[in-house]
Design a protein around this ligand. Structure first.
Ligand SMILES: Nc1ncnc2c1ncn2[C@@H]1O[C@H](COP(=O)(O)OP(=O)(O)OP(=O)(O)O)[C@@H](O)[C@H]1O
Ligand SMILES: [Mg+2]
Length: 254
């Protein structure tokens, strides 16, 4: 359910690497409670866009507003505010290998949120329970499956109380039999009303979770609409073609 209040607006985002234009005037408007799904061919700019949205990569041009407040890309306080409120989940989990699952979560709570050890651990255990890993807090990433690592990464992001979660192909590094557990955690988040932008090739996430689909190609959004609009029977468009191919792949794998 969305509330019509834009929580985040990215406008005319422009980014080049080594003289190559990667994002060429991208606009994203995200409402509170909304789920936007980014799809499109490899190299189209999805990951770069997600990284620009929380300024892990600073856009060359364009504007970002969080809750109607513009972000000044050269102002450290603004970047801090943005990154505090916009959590990120990566394809490769990005956990610290030398820390237990629990400490992967407590470290930011203690260093950034300045919680004491007990309070941080309590919160971390709660988040681990939420993703079905209540018993795994003392294990190191090497002792966890890919699906479990990704769920720790999700718990870590949620512990920071983000207003928005960005997910960059959260299931694509996982073996097929581990994808389901991460999908179910993401569906739980959606059911709780979490605001998200997610790049994914998982057809079940695209068709059941998206309020809005953005199809990116060559650094631009070339199609945009609700799944109902874009995936109506008989439609011929890029989104439809892309999802048909994903469906064929999914059926072929069974
Ligand atoms: N740090 C970087 N330096 C140079 N080029 C980069 C950098 N990051 C991304 N690119 C280039 O930007 C283009 C878009 O990459 P991006 O990862 O955003 O695409 P994508 O849509 O996420 O692709 P995929 O579906 O494969 O994940 C690619 O051509 C990539 O090589
Ligand atoms: Mg990518």
């Amino acid at each position: 359910m969305t509330s019509n209040t834009p929580i985040l607006k990215a406008q005319a985002i422009q980014k080049s690497f080594d003289g190559n234009t990667i994002l060429n005037g991208v606009d994203v408007v995200l409402e509170k409670g909304e789920i936007i799904v980014l799809i499109g061919p490899s190299g189209g700019g999805k990951s770069t866009l997600l990284q620009c949205i929380n300024c892990l990569v600073i856009p060359d041009d364009g504007q970002i507003e969080l809750e109607q407040q513009p972000i000044d890309f050269s102002n450290k306080q603004d970047l801090y505010r943005l990154r505090q409120q916009v959590g990120m989940i990566f394809q490769e989990f990005n956990l610290f290998d030398h820390l237990t699952a629990l400490d992967n979560i407590t470290i930011a709570l203690r260093k950034v949120k300045k919680l004491d050890r007990n309070t941080a651990e309590k919160r971390a255990r709660l988040e681990l329970e939420q993703v079905g890993l209540g018993e795994k807090g003392d294990l190191y990433p090497a002792q966890l499956s890919g699906g479990q690592k990704q769920r720790v990464a999700i718990a870590r992001a949620l512990a920071m109380d983000p207003k928005i979660l960005l997910l960059d192909e959260p299931t694509s590094a996982l073996d097929p039999d581990l994808i389901g557990e991460v999908i179910s955690v993401i569906k739980n988040l959606a059911a709780k009303g979490m605001t998200m932008i997610m790049a994914t090739h998982q057809i079940s996430l695209i068709s059941t979770l998206a309020d809005h689909i953005l199809f990116m190609e060559n650094g631009q959004i070339v199609e945009s609409g609700t799944p109902k609009e874009l995936l109506a029977k008989g439609n011929v468009n890029k989104t439809q073609g892309f999802c048909d191919r994903l469906n064929e792949l999914a059926t072929g794998e069974q």
